[in-house]
Design a protein around this ligand. Structure first.
Ligand SMILES: Nc1ncnc2c1ncn2[C@@H]1O[C@H](COP(=O)(O)OP(=O)(O)OP(=O)(O)O)[C@@H](O)[C@H]1O
Ligand SMILES: [Mg+2]
Length: 375
């Protein structure tokens, strides 16, 4: 378990300061894979480094397992080597002059960790072998570090972080230096490994696909503040914020105003494409009071057809402006009345062969219209 409360960190520079983390708080449950997702500079690494003890927060409380590792209230801080953590960095941080065994054994040889006694040579060898087996590098002990591929180096870094059996694994963009195919493979392996070890993990990434695929829960960071938190599925399908919707994937943002809302959440709004029916579980009163709202619609939720669909609601006639073939989908840009709409049309389940200039019907199912405040 990890608990972070009211974490603040400002870096002092010659000209003023950078408020890297501004009042962030979250809890990670035992065995959970928790991701801090955000754009570059949003404070992800700073938070992770505060957890590891590599950065000294200005304010806040950090609890890891049963240990209160940082407290600005009591001015108490536990040094990094005494925290029950293993850390993996984007840059691997593998020592080139050592072989695989020496790299993984290095932190074990350094001596006491979490009050444990110094390990014997035999115990170290055992711990290294066990860690290498976990990351599928068994038998590679005596390979020089310089002869390893990027993926193998990353596995060594992971084995090194796991060798002392930490309670918590901290990972800072560990896959971003790998090529796309390997990244995908490693993603699946990492998910399986952390789940089989039931290790509590905090993962940092700016890659939304990676976050969605790996995480039990995601926290979205923007400019040092946590702006959303939830299950991947929930955050993707029902974002409560325009910036979050946009960051988690492609999203059409149709600004407009509410014309009518029923107490059950069903309503009608006026947008650039026309009158849009929606039904949502959000409290209707929250938007009617705001006046201006935005409908968020994922491009893959929209149906595109050459013939007018049977259903009567949320059907619009548009003109295709541009089509990009992306393998599994046609990425279509449409002009409908006063708005542009992006639609991902499934190549295998579509009767449409879209081309620029073509007039097509689109249907926006009301359950996929996500209404949020237009800020
Ligand atoms: N040691 C430092 N000195 C001064 N400013 C820093 C320092 N470390 C980080 N910052 C600043 O703090 C902010 C947050 O940085 P951080 O590295 O946490 O972002 P990040 O979300 O990890 O970004 P990235 O995705 O690019 O790694 C940035 O504006 C960064 O420039
Ligand atoms: Mg970073």
């Amino acid at each position: 378990m990890i608990r972070v409360e009211q974490l603040h960190k400002t870096f002092q520079l010659d000209k003023g300061g950078v408020r890297a983390v501004q009042g962030v708080g979250f809890t990670v449950n035992e065995g959970e894979f928790f991701t801090l997702l955000g754009p570059s500079g949003s404070g992800k690494s700073t938070i992770l480094r505060c957890l590891a003890g590599l950065e000294h927060p200005d304010q806040g409380e950090i609890i890891i397992g049963s240990q209160h590792v940082f407290s600005s209230r009591t001015k108490h801080t536990v040094p990094p080597e005494e925290r029950p953590i293993g850390m993996v960095f984007q840059s691997y941080a593998i020592w080139p002059h050592m072989n695989v065994f020496e790299n993984v054994a290095f932190p074990l040889k350094r001596g006491t960790k979490h009050g444990q006694k110094r390990l014997s040579e035999g115990q170290i060898a055992e711990a290294v072998a066990e860690a290498l087996k976990k990351v599928n590098l068994a038998g590679m002990e005596y390979r020089p570090a310089t002869q390893l591929s990027g993926g193998q180096q990353q596995r060594v870094a992971l084995a090194r972080a796991l060798a002392h059996r930490p309670a918590v694994l901290l990972l800072d963009e560990p896959l971003s230096n790998l090529d796309a195919k390997l990244r995908e493979e490693m993603r699946e392996e990492l998910r399986e490994l952390t789940k089989s070890l039931n290790i509590t993990s905090v993962y940092v990434t700016h890659d939304q696909v990676e976050a969605l695929a790996l995480s039990d829960r995601i926290a979205v960071l923007m400019e040092g503040a946590l702006v959303a938190e939830g299950l991947p599925f929930e955050l993707y399908l029902h974002p409560r914020d325009k910036r979050v919707a946009d960051f988690l994937g492609a999203a059409n943002v149709l600004e407009g105003k509410i014309l009518k809302v029923e107490p059950n959440g069903e309503g009608v709004m006026q947008t650039g494409v026309g009158t849009l029916h929606f039904s949502s579980d959000s409290p209707a009163a929250a938007w009617s009071a705001q006046g201006k709202v935005a409908a968020l619609v994922r491009p893959e939720a929209i149906i595109c057809a050459a013939e007018k669909p049977g259903s009567a609601e949320n059907i619009f006639l548009g003109t295709i402006q541009r089509v990009t073939f992306q393998g599994s989908v046609f990425n279509i840009l449409l002009r409908i009345n006063d708005a542009t709409l992006r639609v991902f049309c499934d190549v295998y389940n579509s009767t449409l062969l879209p081309s620029a200039g073509q007039k097509v019907y689109v249907c926006i199912p009301r359950e996929h219209v996500n209404v949020v405040g237009a800020s």
